[in-house]
Write a protein that binds this ligand. Sequence first.
Ligand code: ASP
Length: 592
Amino acid sequence: MFCWLSRLCGELSTPTRRTTQLIWSSAARSMVLSSQRIPELSSFVARTNTCGELRSSHLGQEVTLCGWIQFRRQNIFLVLRDFHGLVQVVIPQDESAASVKKILCEAPMESVVQVSGTVISRPPGQKNPKMPTGEIEIKVKTAKLLNSCKKLPFEIKDFMKKTETLRLQYRYLDLRSVQMQYNLRLRSQMVMKMREYLCNLHGFVDVETPTLFKRTPGGAKEFVIPSREPGKFYSLPQSPQQFKQLLMVGGLDRYFQVARCYRDEGSRPDRQPEFTQIDIEMSFVDQTGVQSLIEGLLQYSWPSDKDPLVVPFPSMPFAEALASYGTDKPDTRFGMKIVDISDMFRNTEVGFLQDALSKPQGTVKAICIRKGAKYLKRKDIESIRKFAADHFNECSLMGKLRLECADLLEARGVVLRDPALFSFLWVVDFPLFLPKEENPQELESAHHPFTAPHPSDIHLLYTEPHKVRSQHYDLVLNGNEIGGGSIRIHNSELQHYVLDTVLKEDVKLLSHLLQALDYGAPPHGGIALGLDRLMCLVTGAPSIRDVIAFPKSFRGHDLMSNAPDSIPPEELKPYHIQVSWPMDAETERAHR
Ligand code: ASP
């Protein structure tokens, strides 16, 4: 049986209540952590021990346990579960213990009970080596039904497949599963180590910034919150970007926050409307400084049951990422790079190749699928052709095709992307601006409008802004962007020029920031790591919703409480807003 704590912080030894020095084994991270306490898991509560911690070393001890009934066998054994593991309880059969037997035999599965008794050895031949507590069992003297459980909408046992909708509707039950317990506990532990690294080892200050804020120009769509002043709205921040820069002006120097961010963009497997970032900003730092900090932070907080991280992480210019992988977030766990083979076909007579090469910037590119002929079936080749046709004209076509081919090969049993491999990569030398998708004549920031230009390209800002490289860096893990940041503009005039002249934004919205930059703003830079995505990759979960306790559905709904919900018109009055119902909803309401 899986035992959380042993996976998370090593096997607990007895006595459990002691302070120990954990020495992390590998040479790469050969640092002795400050004396770490093994947590006291039963302090302040109505149990003496957890179900998962009992071993032969506890034999003869009188214990009180609280937990959920996981199984019952022939009214003789009961398996009790808590967050720490499972333990077998022997149901007394003698007349004098009839009331205890009645409680333990009648309580439905998943009821919560408290039992007190003695830790005894299992009879010879009945030990279960697969269970951490498999050498012992509890001889019960007293039992209490703490709360009975009604018929469940699904079984808690992990092998029971359940739909995500049902899991989200009964999230509090889904949280009892092995995987959710592991994911949330590992997340908590990694965040704790990050705090330790940032605050205790490197003097960062944890500062909370407001979530009721105002609209930020550019970037993601923001949620709006009505206020009691007619026509005035707060916005939920897409990130604490402005505040962290203002903290640098305020001399806070090294800031971090486990920050909740909001973007009104709907959910995807790797996105949801509210998410958490490890948000960081530092004064007097350059790109290398921020990168080294993040490498150290991830190395320090990396789960001890995984191979230690090797730093520094490799780096790749944006242009190379696009040319060789067809994306700005390359999955470098496998090759199959895109190669330009135009030169080989300059004198070709093949019509469609000639045609492609005669176009301005026309190229012929290829991906070599090693052993493709051996593994790919005719219908795979057909599906690649269809995929290419469906995504034709997207410039990221080759990148998508590379991943599609990898999927097909893996479906045929070729291991390309080792799930145990964590391939970190810095993508650097981004352009400062990119053409807007909807109007390529106009420019938008590749990262955000506060990003500083590359020092050697500043002059181009005034003549050929599209050619300016930036001091922006993204952190990619196994083909997913898990972080991004930049060195910031700390000169008010330059910031004004970028906002007003290049991006054509309303500078009034940012007058407070422009003003602050005029009052001795230090040079500064930072980064944000997407904690949900990082945890999703670390745990191997299929979606970020599996590492968030109460996530939203695909459509941004909380399926458990039914948020967002309607509000009676009289409660809307103080906000001076009225719902304008879409036609069919109006008809439906009229008929109610
Ligand atoms: N605020 C940025 C973001 O959320 C990160 C940064 O530049 O520090 O992507």
